[in-house]
Design a protein around this ligand. Structure first.
Ligand SMILES: Cc1ncc(COP(=O)(O)O)c(C=O)c1O
Length: 264
């Protein structure tokens, strides 16, 4: 773990702590992001750092260091961890100081990061999903990666209670939104890769990378087109293929939704 409170990297788990008077702990005044460590490489770190700083700006938290220092700390931590496959997760917090709502009494913001071992080969068989009954966050909060993940946690627990892998949010207009910590994508019967628009959900770095890489599948004749579109729940359930896309996976085929198969 890296902590700007200690001013360095700690390797003993007992030292991997956040102060109780940190406003991220008792007020949820913090933002975070996650990048994949795959075969010893950090995947898409710069895209994740861009989004991290966008979230920080919405949350009115100025990083304690410039971007180049944050980046260098994350690379040094990943190297020090010796983890070849896992997750690098990092937080920017309003910082420790007191127990008020406002962060005006916090002398400095705080930066924390951790490396977590993770096996990305688990999802090849495909997963089952349900439609979430938990209300979605409003667009300002859904497009910002803050630590306020209670709706996401409840959506995940609802899925687990129903023996599903995760749930899918449908927005107030009846369009497919996202999962609790991942985006979704579809392939329709016209062989188009269809991605929901990012105006009410988190703009996924993995999904953006998928859109960058998909033209290669068009060149090979596997896909006809790639486009973003509002997709109704009926259209989505009738898709030829469907998948979760996100840094925790990075891709998981969805084979069943609300008890009905997707495609064949
Ligand atoms: C709510 C939500 N949507 C989508 C994603 C996928 O984003 P990314 O591909 O950048 O991990 C995540 C995970 O970060 C998330 O928490």
């Amino acid at each position: 773990m890296y902590s700007s409170i200690f001013g360095g990297i700690v390797l003993d788990p007992i030292m991997m702590m956040i102060p109780i008077d940190d406003h991220m702990v008792h007020r949820g005044h913090g933002v975070f992001d996650t990048a994949i460590i795959f075969d010893g490489f950090l995947y898409g770190l710069d895209a994740h750092l861009d989004r991290f700083l966008r979230s920080a700006s919405v949350a009115k938290i100025s990083p304690p260091f410039p971007l180049s220092t944050l980046r260098s700390i994350l690379i040094q931590l990943t190297a020090k961890s010796k983890c070849k496959n896992g997750t690098l997760r990092y937080w920017l917090s309003a910082g420790p100081g007191n127990f008020s709502l406002s962060s005006s009494g916090c002398p400095t913001t705080a930066f924390y990061a951790i490396v977590i071992k993770h096996d990305f080969s688990l999802w090849k068989e495909g997963v089952k999903v349900i439609t979430s009954s938990i209300p979605m966050k409003t667009p300002l909060f859904a497009t910002t990666k803050s630590v306020n993940y209670l709706p996401n946690v409840l959506a995940q627990l609802e899925a687990e209670e129903k023996k599903a892998f995760a749930s899918i949010w449908v927005d107030d207009e009846g369009y497919i939104a996202e999962g609790p910590n991942m985006n979704v994508a579809f392939v329709n019967h016209e062989r188009e890769l269809v991605i929901p628009k990012f105006d009410k959900i988190l703009a996924g770095c993995t999904e953006n990378r998928l859109v960058e890489l998909a033209p290669k599948l068009i060149d090979k004749g596997h896909l006809k087109a790639v486009r973003t579109a509002d997709t109704s729940i009926e259209e989505a359930k009738a898709a030829a293929e469907m998948m979760f896309v996100g840094s925790s996976l990075p891709i998981a085929p969805i084979i069943m939704w609300d008890g009905k198969p997707i495609g064949n």
